[in-house]
Design a protein around this ligand. Structure first.
Ligand code: 5GP
Length: 125
């Protein structure tokens, strides 16, 4: 069910519960700013979700409310994960859904990291 991506933050959303360890996930990375795990319904051979540790509903919320340190730490973590997994060659795709028209389903900001095959067109018809 697509959601607005706008505050208020829903503290019991599925990614908040994964961050708190209440729901299991296949973790690939964690540091002060970010947590990454495999998507439960992968859309590519590699499909990882990277989420900030802070409580942000979407990119709209994160980009306005997060501190410079949180934004820098999170973005560096995304790059580090791709590097650690050896994805820079032959490449990967990042995607962040925000709001109803994007189809955002989980109201905690996340970046999808896709890789492992040629990924085709940017937007499905
Ligand atoms: P969105 O549409 O919000 O950008 O993406 C949400 C993503 O979260 C989807 O790709 C979906 O498969 C994934 N997802 C939803 N629930 C869970 C879960 O409980 N565990 C994991 N690992 N992924 C989930």
């Amino acid at each position: 069910m697509p959601i607005s991506g706008l505050p208020p933050y829903e503290t019991n959303n599925i990614f908040a519960r994964i961050l708190r360890g209440e729901i299991p996930s296949k973790k690939v990375y964690e540091d002060e700013w970010a947590f990454a795990f495999h998507d439960i319904n992968p859309q590519a051979p590699t499909h990882i979700l990277v989420i900030p540790k802070g409580a942000y509903c979407s990119f709209a919320d994160f980009s306005t409310e997060a501190s410079d340190a949180e934004i820098a730490g999170f973005m560096r973590a995304v790059g580090q994960i791709a590097r650690d997994l050896g994805l820079e060659t032959p490449g990967y795709r990042l995607l962040a859904n925000m709001g109803a028209h994007s189809g955002q389903e989980v109201p905690h900001f996340h970046v999808h990291l896709f890789a492992g095959k040629p990924l085709g067109r940017m937007i499905a018809e």
